[in-house]
Write a protein that binds this ligand. Structure first.
Ligand code: NAP
Length: 495
């Protein structure tokens, strides 16, 4: 090619492009983005767990609730506690948690301040039960759980707390909990300063071409647009993110989804797992529809490993646990020299609303601590003399178990992925005994509040604990280690 038939190549743009994509470690923002939007609990390469997202604990000042909070904090979760009395809460709970004032019987208090960015809810609330003879300041008679004291309800009724209150909390949470199977990577419908310095143009100028593109953030979307030219043997325009630091872990998802409005041309998206400038990219071509918003779902399994527009036959499938950059491209070429059948040189425009990971596993998002015995009052064949006090005295206690069952039902019917834990009599003894899980509501026994708190947290990581109800008591033996997956795999989801 002579100088005459070459279009004016722009050295300055070439240098600017390279400078922009110098590997700059400024992507801690993406961690934040994920902590705000993700319900995923990511296992780091060192084997330690780092837990993201806000977990809302209701009943945080109670016997089980305060232990749930302490364990969540110890395991690195971001915890928000719904409390009625903030001074009381300050005395009981770690300074590391956010306290929000609310009352589950007053739905107007379960507002945005309580619910914003929640990833899961653990509900340990309870109507107040105490011995008729009265209790100590620290409720020692109630808490010990083994010796019988004639009980009574004080304060609000079981109907209000155990049913209506739980239902209010479920209803409010349902509006805020993110879709369990999706994770937002980029949401361009909400502008943020952080988004501005992430995407940059990467056009064929790097190979001597003269195509030029840009990535602009609008109010409700981002716009990848420009002019693509085939002059100087060029023919592509693209925008690429700088390398994510840390990388994004999308294992557990099956692919990504774009929401785009294009101009009828065929575009490509690349996902990269190497931070090198010029490595293998995993590519997928998608057609746009002129002036129409469409969702494009890209299964990881359908990505083609590509190096400089040539397919790499012996490349392994993408390792979705370490996605380090994304790229959108309009190119004259498909792969291995084939032409893009929908390509036209000149101006182009692709609007993007969002990029999400999709196909994630369902994990429980609402954990409700209920009680063994809730289905026993009035059940044929029940010998009340052999039943725990709450079953025997259900009527005298304002139908406590009956209303608890109604609270459970409101969660089952909500559509939120849930786990309902029904412990036997709660004690203040140390945890760590072997756990006996059952279903069908037949067991009697006792269990440490410590262990119930641990179960509440473990279920957040167990997809097998989704949408099921379990009873639990402790066994005689010390548990040397709990195989949580095995414990949950033996259980059946609710019908
Ligand atoms: N005791 C047992 O043997 C036994 C057996 C099986 C199951 N259970 C169940 O296990 C769960 C935990 O029991 P626990 O002994 O830890 O209960 P707890 O110590 O009595 O704690 C109850 C918590 O609920 C809160 N709460 C009550 N009404 C509320 C409302 N309207 N709005 C917001 N928060 C409210 C209380 O807050 P305040 O601090 O403001 O009062 C407290 O934090 C309960 O569901 C209980 O029924 C207990």
């Amino acid at each position: 090619m002579t100088n005459q038939n070459r279009s004016q190549w722009n050295l300055c743009r070439f240098i600017k492009t390279l400078a922009y994509f110098e590997v700059i470690p400024l992507f801690s923002w993406i961690e934040k983005l994920f902590s705000g939007n993700s319900r995923e609990i990511e296992t780091q390469s060192k084997g330690e767990t780092k837990n993201m997202g806000v977990i809302l604990v209701a009943g945080a000042t109670g016997g089980v609730g305060k232990r749930v909070v302490a364990k969540l904090v110890g395991q690195g979760y971001h915890v928000r506690c719904l409390v009625r009395d903030i001074e009381k809460a300050r005395n009981i709970l770690s300074e590391a948690v956010d306290l929000v004032v609310g009352d589950i019987t007053k739905p107007e208090t379960l507002n945005h301040l309580v619910m914003a960015n929640i990833q899961a809810v653990i509900c340990c609330t309870a109507v107040r039960v105490q011995p008729v003879e009265g209790d100590t300041k620290d409720r020692e008679k109630y808490y010990q759980g083994v010796k019988f004291y004639q009980p009574e309800i004080v304060g609000d009724t079981p109907e209000n707390v155990e049913y209506q209150g739980v239902k209010n909390l479920v209803t409010a949470a349902a509006k805020y909990l993110p879709s369990a199977s999706e994770k937002v990577i980029f949401d361009f419908t909400q502008t943020s300063a952080e988004l501005k310095n992430i995407w940059g143009a990467l056009d064929d100028v790097v190979m001597g071409g003269v195509s030029a593109s840009s990535f602009q953030l609008g109010e409700k979307s981002a716009l990848f647009s420009g002019n693509v030219s085939t002059a100087n043997s060029g023919g592509f325009a693209s925008v690429r993110t700088k390398n994510f630091v840390p990388v994004i872990n999308l294992s557990g998802f099956t692919g990504v989804k774009l929401r785009v409005k294009g101009d009828g041309q065929r575009y490509k998206i690349f996902l990269r797992t190497e931070s090198t400038w010029d490595g293998v990219g995993y590519s997928y071509s998608f057609d746009t529809v002129v002036d129409n918003w469409i969702d494009v779902t890209i299964p990881f399994a359908d990505l083609t490993p590509v190096f400089r527009a040539k397919t790499v036959k012996d490349s392994p499938p993408i390792d979705a646990s370490k996605v380090c950059s994304l790229q959108l491209m309009l190119s004259k070429f498909e792969y291995d020299g084939a032409l893009n059948p929908k390509f036209a040189p000149g101006s182009f425009a692709l609007e993007i609303e969002s990029i999400k990971a999709v196909g994630g596993k369902n994990l429980p998002q609402f954990v409700l601590v209920s009680s063994a015995g809730v289905t026993r009052p009035g059940r044929p064949g029940i010998n009340l003399d052999e039943e725990p006090p709450a079953v025997r005295l259900n009527d005298q206690l304002g139908g406590i178990l009956t209303w608890k069952l109604q609270g459970e039902e409101s969660l089952r019917n909500s559509g939120i992925p849930y786990t309902i834990i029904r412990p036997c009599a709660l004690t203040e003894t140390a945890g760590g005994k072997e756990l006996i899980f059952e279903q069908g509501d037949n067991i009697k026994g006792k269990i440490s509040r410590d262990d119930v708190a641990e179960i509440c947290i473990q279920v957040l990581k167990q997809s097998q604990a989704c949408n099921l109800t379990l009873e639990v008591k402790e066994g005689e033996n010390i548990a040397h280690s709990s195989n949580w997956q095995q414990l949950f795999s033996a259980l059946q989801p609710d019908k």
